[in-house]
Design a binder for this molecule. Sequence first.
Ligand code: A5P
Length: 233
Amino acid sequence: MTSVGLDRMKRAAAIRAVDEVEDGMVLGFGSGSTMAFALEALAVRIANGLRVAGIPTSEATAVLARRLGVPLASFDAHRRVDLAIDGADQVQRDGLHLLKGRGGALLREKIVASASDRMIVVVDESKMVGRLGQRGTLAVAIVAFGWSATVGRLEALACAPRLRRVAGEPFATDDGHYIADCAVGPIVDPAALETRLSAIVGVVDCGLFVGLASTIVVGGQAGVTLLERGRAR
Ligand code: A5P
């Protein structure tokens, strides 16, 4: 599949996801390339009179929203979010659990998802997997202070953590955390792994989103499919 083909599937799914947005909603805006397509689709509806505002999960998303004329909101004014829209790196077919964090925004994304009445996740079909972690790595956000000690504790889990770097320097999230990319392999019990990681001193959060997604909108070669907890439509 070419990147043009993947982008077509992502865009089609993003447009379908934005159909779920209703006037007056407080939204959560995820991060990443698929979310960018959703913001573009939302901007079109806003130009046609839709009144919404969204809490961004990254500075990059905030910048894009401003450029597209999509109003932003914050937790200062809203404790709850009606609907979060986000992308994902992998979606487990059984249970609709997610693996996220390739862009490094996993902490803010999880805060927004956890504060949302509903979370819609937009992906292309290449991201649907039998087991999370069956390919790639799991992002673990760690406190910058003492990062090497924290990475050492992650090594004890035998997940071969590697500090994410950009141009040789540690990659820092919008909150100043570092990311350890962990080769965990196929994850049998995502909730148990999330709990184990959260218990490690210096770990802030990981890219496992267990039971947070309400709906997955999958863009595929044959069209767009919606998966909801317990049913498909
Ligand atoms: C950001 O930290 C990530 O969780 C993204 O949501 C995820 O990597 C999906 O990104 P793309 O839509 O660019 O694949």
